[in-house]
Design a protein around this ligand. Sequence first.
Ligand code: NAD
Length: 226
Amino acid sequence: MALNGKIAVVTGAGLGIGKAITEILLRNGAKVVLLDVNETAGKSLKEAFDKQYGWERTLFLNCDVESEEQIKAAFQKTVETFGGIGILCNNAGILNENEWEKSISINLVGVIRVTYLALEHMNKLTGGRGGVIVNTASLAGLGPLLSCPVYTATKHGVIGFTRAMAVRRVCLKKAFLFLLLVMAESAIPLLDLDCPPNCKGFTGKQCFHVIHCNFNLLITATLFAV
Ligand SMILES: NC(=O)c1ccc[n+]([C@@H]2O[C@H](COP(=O)([O-])OP(=O)(O)OC[C@H]3O[C@@H](n4cnc5c(N)ncnc54)[C@H](O)[C@@H]3O)[C@@H](O)[C@H]2O)c1
């Protein structure tokens, strides 16, 4: 799938992996709406991207994936500014076992909430043009992460939700593609897009390359986990 000219929305785009995903989308010609609760990080990142890619390529919106109202407003603004939504990256997530209800609310309920609200804009039956939804899971979605039962549960949930939505999409012949991004915990060096020393043969660049060169494959990114 060519990314040039596509309109993407990335949650949790201000820092870390969301920032890296945003940069890759921009580098490949997409326009990106950065959603984050961290206004300082979001605004300074937008300023940096303005210098590199031009101000018209990005939009930063302070948006909490726990708030239906804020997500609806963000999507409305996205459509008004760029004319639609073609790609959604559900990336925002936290690892906080003490605030376990908040973890579930952001990591799992947030993914479901943002997906359903985005589909209202992407659905061809309601004037959308179809699209791609990429959900960020974790190795903790495939097996237990020591001492993190709630994080583990949320990421298992993200994988289950993504798989079920993908199957539903095939059954109902919907024009959506659901992808799952499962990263090794060793994927932190991906942020610099350098080769992680223990990424089992995949370099950071290759990992992301897999994502944007094989958009027609369902769970490409589980490659990271093998
Ligand atoms: N870092 C890793 O090694 C790793 C491994 C596997 C999976 N993941 C997953 O990747 C995703 C990103 O992780 P990261 O390491 O880049 O995290 P990070 O903490 O570096 O960045 C997360 C971003 O999400 C934002 N955010 C937090 N709560 C939010 C909310 N309610 N609404 C909107 N934005 C919110 C934060 O402000 C921050 O900018 C998460 O889903 C995480 O579970 C990370």
